[in-house]
Write a protein that binds this ligand. Structure first.
Ligand code: ADP
Ligand code: MG
Length: 666
């Protein structure tokens, strides 16, 4: 159903919803809250210092508003609540002051300081709050408020459309799960915490069941349609190539090379994930695979998620292969037309042995003479739906995925159950460790001083800040821009600072990156868009603001941007000093250890905890937190598949739909 047929949604807001990946009513109904506020009224006489009090009371004095700066005003008034007078202070609500008339009953939410008998309010509600009611909070995009999205969802729910339940009936019974329709209703409009729990359990299980169903189906396909011709590789030439490298391979690299060699020379198509921490040396393993492919007379395609990364690979790999006869080419969207035509022609004739580019290289009108291997870098960017895409090309190349998400083997075997996995656990020796320190916000002066020192030594710095999605007013652009302004001020505008965020278009982004790479800018302020693969060896410091808001894995990935040469590097995490998760990072730079800890800590968090965003492709499940459920879903979906595959899911079209989705993706 069209979004605009839902009451309240016009053309303009439809476009904003689209940006939130909401295209139809089902998407809207499955746009789940990420957190809830329970309105349990506090008695001001009984609370002492508390961060989140909710009290009802009557305004007792005419509010006074002071304007401090253009973006800052403060309003003060007295509130009479439960026979006690309390002071209220709230920022940036000058626009409300007309409505805050003495005698009016309001609800105030905020932090109570008993000594000062003052509530520093985060919110004032004019309408009557129902005791015990629960408000759902949604992640928002600029231009849409929580109130609006809540109202759209309400209107959609009132249409009572039937949503597909992918959990087979007997499994719903087995786990006593509520119906999907019920779960959708309750996740958005819960009447109690218990209802949220039940709804979440159902939706998480369903999501994981569907996910594991796909994985298991791909695994089944693999055993069925995976014959290819063996590649004949002259192993002495490979050994010679390895011997001539400027370094010797680590044990894990050698093992991965051997596993890949076995795959290439076998009759079964390779579908392998090469998993290793940032800097563990995955590229050379991929390069050796492409060399073997070349020796056996086939071409290789290497795909990177961004043009910057593809270019970096190209420069680096051309070097590594300079002593061989392999011909390497780079194909980007921005490559000049004439040059493109030439590359197409050369590929067709087999004059190019290794083509490097973004994912576009398999979609464009590119025809290979005989493509034998596809390598995709930073696999964690591609979801399960994309994993199958190469099968439909009519060609059956071997496939190697390279991923920097260091994931423990047991987990890898589950979520990548349709692939074989090679792990590189140890880094090449002689690497400088990155020193990580936690600094509280109060110590910011010291941090600025450390930054200055680093710049004096002619090094460069990344500054990263999270998106504060909770706030309806603060947008990504504003968050980073404000931080840049503050730094400009702190450094007296004497240091060139670049600014990178997701709202820049591709050319703008590349310009910012190139400026930083060339050292034109000394500091790069950004959101997490720099996360993947960027290589600026002269950057030796990273400062992460509000570090406690990032997931462990993200912080670890970010930190991998520094420590890329023989210089000492420092990562400064700004956040609470006693934060357990930040301490893990201070303690170790081993990605596998950190991920293990991450799994442990999230398991301790209950089902009710806030899901960390950016984790694979899930809307509500968190595979680390919900790993037990994932294992159940794995077993269940295997059984279900085995039972139904023989009769081709008779009378169960919804599963055919999932399979078709998997098959048709390009
Ligand atoms: P990643 O796994 O993050 O993709 P890269 O493949 O980019 O890591 O390797 C990081 C750096 O380590 C590169 O400069 C590469 O040349 C170097 N390198 C790779 N393997 C070794 C090794 N065995 N000994 C020394 N340096 C190595
Ligand atoms: Mg890499």
């Amino acid at each position: 159903m069209e979004l605009t047929s839902i009451k309240g949604i016009g053309e303009k807001n439809k476009l904003i919803l689209n940006k939130m990946n909401i295209y139809n009513i089902e998407d809207l109904l499955e746009y789940f809250p990420y957190r809830y506020i329970e309105y349990k009224l506090d008695n001001i006489k009984e609370v002492s210092d508390k961060t989140n009090v909710i009290i009802k009371g009557k305004i007792d004095s005419t509010p006074i508003t002071r304007y401090i700066r253009s973006k800052l005003n403060i309003t003060n008034f007295r509130l009479y609540s439960n026979q006690k007078m309390v002071n209220i202070v709230i920022y940036n609500r000058a626009f409300m002051s007309k409505q805050l008339t003495p005698g009016r009953e309001i609800t105030v939410i905020g932090k109570y300081d008993e000594k000062k008998n003052t509530i520093s309010a985060t919110n004032i509600l004019l309408s009557n709050v129902i005791e015990g009611s629960i408000e759902s909070k949604y992640h928002l995009k600029e231009g849409i408020t929580n109130k609006q999205i809540t109202s759209y969802i309400n209107n959609a729910l009132n249409l009572k459309v039937n949503v597909t339940d992918y959990v087979p009936e007997y499994l719903n019974d087995k786990y006593k799960l509520i119906t999907k329709n019920d779960a959708i209703e309750k996740i958005h409009r819960p009447k109690s915490i218990n209802e949220i729990k039940k709804a979440k359990l159902k939706l998480i299980y369903e999501e994981l069941f569907k996910f594991m169903f796909k994985i298991n189906y791909l695994k089944y396909l693999k055993t069925k349609e995976n014959k290819k011709s063996k590649k004949e590789v002259d192993i002495t030439k490979v050994q010679e190539f390895i011997k001539n490298l400027p370094f010797s391979l680590t044990t894990d690299q050698q093992k991965a090379v051997e596993e890949i060699h076995k795959d290439l020379t076998s009759e079964t198509r390779m579908n392998r994930l090469l998993c290793g921490d940032v800097g563990s040396g995955k590229t050379i393993v991929g390069v050796i695979a492409s060399f073997e492919c070349f020796l056996s007379g086939y071409q290789t395609a290497l795909m990177a998620p961004t043009e910057i990364l593809a270019s970096q690979h190209y420069e680096n790999i051309k070097n590594l292969l300079s002593k061989t006869k392999m011909k390497v080419a780079l194909l980007l969207g921005s490559t000049k037309k004439q040059e493109k035509e030439k590359i197409y022609e050369d590929l067709k004739q087999g004059k190019i042995d290794l083509l490097i580019g973004t994912h576009a290289i398999l979609n464009e009108k590119v025809t290979f003479k005989n493509l034998g291997l596809v390598i995709t870098d930073e696999q964690h960017r591609f979801g399960v739906n994309q994993r199958n895409s190469l099968r439909t090309k009519g060609i059956l190349p071997d496939i190697l995925y390279m991923s920097a998400t260091p994931i423990p083997r047991t987990y890898a075997l589950t979520i990548y159950g349709d692939m074989d996995v090679s792990l590189i656990k140890t880094k090449p020796s002689g690497r400088k460790e990155i020193k990580t320190i936690i600094k509280s916000e109060k110590e910011i002066k010291e941090v600025l001083y450390m930054m200055l020192e680093e710049i004096k030594n002619n090094h460069q710095i990344y500054v990263v800040t999270p998106l504060i999605e909770e706030s309806e007013e603060i947008s990504e652009v504003r968050t980073v821009t404000e931080l840049k302004e503050k730094l400009d001020e702190a450094f007296n505008h004497k240091i060139k600072i670049g600014l990178l965020h997701g709202k820049l278009d591709k050319t703008e982004k590349e310009k910012v990156m190139t400026d930083f790479k060339n050292g034109n800018t000394k500091v790069l302020v950004s959101t997490t868009v720099i996360e993947v693969g960027v290589d600026v060896p002269n950057a030796t410091m990273m400062v992460i603001f509000n570090a406690e808001r990032f997931g462990l894995a993200t912080l670890h990935q970010l930190r991998g941007r520094i420590g890329r040469n023989s210089l000492d590097s420092t990562c400064i995490l700004i956040g609470p000093k006693n934060n357990k998760r930040l301490k893990v990072l201070e303690e170790s730079t081993d990605g596998f250890y950190i991920t293990e800890k991450d799994f442990e800590m999230r398991r301790e968090g209950d089902l009710f905890g806030v899901k960390q965003s950016g984790d694979m492709e899930f809307k509500i499940a968190d595979i680390k937190r919900d790993f037990k459920i994932l294992l159940e879903a794995k077993k269940d979906s295997e059984e279900f598949l085995a039972k139904n595959i023989t009769n081709n899911f008779k009378n169960q079209d919804k599963y055919i739909k999932i399979i078709d989705e998997l098959k048709s993706l390009d």
